[in-house]
Design a protein around this ligand. Structure first.
Ligand SMILES: [Fe+2]
Length: 465
């Protein structure tokens, strides 16, 4: 396959350039070069997934739809024991790979997706997730095991951004479809059973990528990226488009609500799109604070299915259900995505957060030469500090791992992959989250490129039963 270099890049080629391009083989490497010292407290796996199509139809490829490939590095006792990458063995991936399809399936017949959007751990197991799909369980060495509906009757596949309540151990998640009532809220217990399901009822069939969770409420995005039946009928694989006529809203659903009629919907003054919040929490007076990366528009292009238009930045929304308004302020004006915080503070007031400082969409895939810093946000001091890893080194999502269960909010490490353009390969980078001026604590030089992907998590050994 030859990828031309149109300027500006036009989809679908755009999603195949630079470090967006897929890799063609699975590897297991145990002799890994390490610079610096891996903290012995990091005992577990860093797992991250992303689109990595087995085969590509250049004219009909969207980055969001590629076969999932999970890249993992196991750290233990101060050593990097292995790197491995594995396609998630969905029926489509097995077909393209020419392999028999062996994944076990739960009843219900729901779509399993690609496993290309997020990797989480819950109830002692590892799950690869795609928006609107059933979770796919992976083994500790990234073998594909089964899909799961958590033992319940899901009306639709769940989204790929569940929230984990550190107080209860529960997993909270939303799902959506293109038919009324459009959206649902689900709770999966700490031991992995679907224990609660509530219809929400958005205003229409919107793409709802993520959610917010406070101690008392679910934050529901009802924003103008809308399912388009005409495009679907025409065979467009991702038939969602920006709809300027759609009323942008955010909903507050009490976690204990019997049904979605308890949702308070608050309209936004200006339309926008949100993929990812950093964190949300309750104020004592009933308002809700949510920090999040906001895109002025998304999918505002009938040809390309472009995920973003305008410059995304980090904002704080203070949602006042009593007054019926959302107060919006910009926390940091850098172009950015993949915000993450200390998960121990999920649903509670936070001070710090980290994100990738992407000046434009293409820089996620290392297309172009604009530097990409990792950003550390202190929302109490009102500061954002940049950390550029080096010339031509492009980080992806960075995940915070606390130094110990009792350590402070930024006392720990940030872990993630970074693509080194000069080397043509990627590193696993471990940064000191507290000392932003310090060089990386450790850099594991991988022998291969890890294509730009979406989300991952640190899976400590103690999380796997
Ligand atoms: Fe996401």
């Amino acid at each position: 396959m030859t990828v031309t270099d149109p300027t500006p890049p036009a989809a679908p080629y755009r999603f195949l350039q630079g470090n967006f391009a897929p890799v063609g083989e699975e590897r297991t490497d145990t002799a890994l070069e390490v610079e610096g010292a891996i903290p012995p407290a990091l005992s577990g796996r860093y797992l991250r997934t992303g689109p990595n199509p087995v085969t590509v139809d250049e004219d009909d490829y969207h980055w969001f739809l590629g076969d999932g490939m999970v890249h993992g590095v196991r750290l233990a006792d101060g050593r990097a024991e292995w790197y491995r990458n594995r396609w998630v063995r969905t029926e489509a991936a097995c077909g393209a790979l020419g392999e028999p399809f062996t994944m076990e399936r739960d009843e219900g017949g729901l779509y399993e997706g690609m496993g290309n959007t997020n990797v989480v751990h819950h109830a002692g197991r590892i799950w690869a997730l795609t928006e609107g799909a059933l979770p796919i369980e992976l083994g500790p060495e990234l073998d594909t095991r089964r899909s799961s509906n958590f033992g319940g009757a899901l009306p639709a596949g769940i989204n790929a951004h569940p929230k984990f309540d550190p107080q209860t151990g529960e997993m909270h998640v939303l799902s959506y479809t293109f038919v009324p009532p459009f959206s649902y809220y689900q709770v999966v217990s700490a031991d992995g059973r679907l224990v609660r399901q509530v219809e929400i009822g958005n205003g229409g069939p919107v793409m709802m990528h993520d959610m917010g969770l406070t101690a008392s409420k679910v934050v529901v995005f009802d924003l103008p990226v809308v399912f388009n039946l005409e495009l679907a009928m025409a065979g467009v694989r991702l038939p969602y488009r920006w709809d300027p006529s759609y009323t942008p809203r955010v909903g507050l659903l009490p976690r204990d609500a019997a049904d979605g009629s308890a949702t308070t919907w608050v309209e936004l003054d200006d339309a926008c799109y949100v993929y990812h919040p950093l964190n949300a929490y309750d104020l004592d007076d009933g308002r809700v604070v949510i920090d999040l990366v906001v895109h002025p528009r998304a999918f505002d292009d009938p040809e390309r299915g472009d995920p973003s238009q305008g410059d995304p930045n980090l904002q704080r929304w203070t949602i006042d259900p009593g007054a019926g308004r959302v107060h919006r302020e910009v926390i940091d004006g850098h172009g950015q995505e993949f915000p993450r915080g200390d998960e121990r503070l999920a649903t509670a007031r936070h001070r710090f957060g980290w994100s990738g400082g992407f000046p434009d969409f293409d820089s996620i895939g290392a297309v172009g030469d604009r530097p990409v810093p990792v950003l550390k946000h202190d929302v109490v001091a009102g500061t954002t500090e940049e950390k550029v890893l080096g010339p031509g080194i492009v980080p992806g999502e960075m995940v915070f791992v606390p130094a110990s269960p009792t350590s402070g909010e930024d006392e720990g490490w940030l872990v993630g992959y970074a693509y080194d353009k000069a080397r043509g390969a990627s590193d696993l980078v471990v940064l000191d989250a507290n000392d932003w001026a310090a060089p990386p604590v450790a850099t594991v030089h991988l022998p291969v490129r890890v294509p730009a992907g979406f989300h991952g998590n640190w899976v400590p050994d103690r999380a796997l039963s």
